[in-house]
Design a protein around this ligand. Structure first.
Ligand code: ZN
Ligand code: FE
Ligand code: FE
Ligand code: ZN
Length: 264
C-alpha cells in the first residue's frame, strides 16, 4: 500500500486547503492511508508565525476527524509535526499527550536561533563552513531522538534544502544520528518535498538511506503537502529509491505503535 503521513492544514498559517481536499486528492492518487501532521503548537517564544496556536489544537483534531468521517474508505490518521528545540521538551510532551495521536513526527528546523530551512535566512550558509553546519544539524537530530518524544524523524537531511553541500563525505555525521534514531525505535520520514526545493532531492539522500537500511531503521512516506496537489507527489521516485536500497515495507502507525506493511 501507499501511505502519505506528512500533510499540513491551513491552521499552520502557511498551507492551503481543507483536510477534506487533501483526502480527496489521496483517493484520486490511489493512496490507501493518509495522516495529517500539521505544525504543532510550541511555547509562545518559538516561531509562532509558522504553526497553529495552542488554542487551535482542538479545531485541528476536529478537522482531521471530519475528514475521516467524510472518507470512510480512506484510512485517515491523526498526527503532528513537532519541533525539537532544547528547552521545549516538556511543552511538546504535554501537547502530544493531550490527544490520541497516531504518531508524532519530530523535526529540526532550527540550529540555535537560526531557522535554517527558511529561505529568508539562507545567507548564513555562505558565511560558515557547510560541513560544520551539517555537523550541528545532525547533532540536533541525535538529541531529538534521545528525547524519546517522537516516532518519526521528519525530513531527515533537510539541512540540504537550498542545495548547500559539504565538500566531502559525511557518513561520520549521519551515523551517530541514525544510531540514536534506531535506539529510539523511530522511523525516517522519506519526504518528497525536497524535490520541490533547490536541493532537488528526496530527504533523506540515497547514502543516508543506505546506512539506515543497514541499521534496519524503518521508513514512512510523506509529501510534506502544504496544498492538496502535493499529496503523494514524487512517490513513484521515492518507492523506486527505497526499493533500490533494499526496502520492501513502510511503517504504519496507530496510537503511537507501528507495524510494517508492504510498500507500493
Ligand atoms: Zn510547513
Ligand atoms: Fe518541517
Ligand atoms: Fe511538514
Ligand atoms: Zn516538515
Amino acid at each position: 500500500m501507499l501511505i502519505d503521513y506528512h500533510l499540513h492544514t491551513p491552521l499552520c498559517r502557511h498551507a492551503d486547503g481543507a483536510p477534506e481536499e487533501y483526502a480527496a486528492r489521496a483517493v484520486e492518487r490511489g493512496i490507501a492511508e493518509i495522516g495529517f501532521s500539521d505544525h504543532s503548537p510550541m511555547p509562545a517564544h518559538y516561531d509562532p508565525d509558522w504553526r497553529m496556536a495552542l488554542e487551535d489544537l482542538p479545531e485541528y483534531v476536529a478537522s482531521v476527524l471530519r475528514a475521516r468521517e467524510k472518507f470512510p474508505r480512506l484510512s485517515v490518521k491523526l498526527g503532528l509535526e513537532a519541533d525539537y528545540f532544547p528547552g521545549t521538551e516538556d511543552f511538546v510532551y504535554n501537547v502530544t499527550s493531550e490527544y490520541d495521536f497516531d504518531y508524532v513526527i519530530g523535526s529540526v528546523h532550527y540550529i540555535d536561533d537560526w531557522g535554517f530551512d527558511n529561505a529568508e535566512n539562507k545567507a548564513r550558509f555562505e558565511e560558515s563552513d557547510v560541513y560544520d553546519i551539517y555537523a550541528q544539524y545532525f547533532d540536533r537530530v541525535a538529541r531529538l531522538a534521545k528525547t524519546r518524544l517522537f516516532d518519526i524523524l521528519g525530513h531527515p537531511d533537510v539541512v540540504k534544502k537550498f542545495g548547500h553541500r559539504p565538500d566531502r563525505a559525511y557518513d561520520e555525521l549521519m551515523r551517530p544520528a541514525l544510531e540514536a534514531v534506531k535506539a529510539a525505535g523511530m522511523a525516517l520520514d522519506v519526504n518528497t518535498s525536497g524535490l520541490r526545493f533547490p536541493c532537488r532531492e528526496i530527504y533523506p539522500s540515497r547514502r543516508m538511506l543506505e546506512i539506515a537500511r543497514e541499521m534496519e531503521i524503518p521508513v514512512t512516506l510523506g509529501a510534506d503537502a502544504h496544498r492538496p496537489a502535493h499529496v503523494g507527489e514524487g512517490f513513484g521516485e521515492a518507492v523506486a529509491l527505497l526499493r533500490s536500497v533494499g526496502y520492501e515495507n513502510l511503517r504504519r502507525y496507530a496510537r503511537r505503535t507501528s507495524e510494517p506493511v508492504p510498500m507500493g
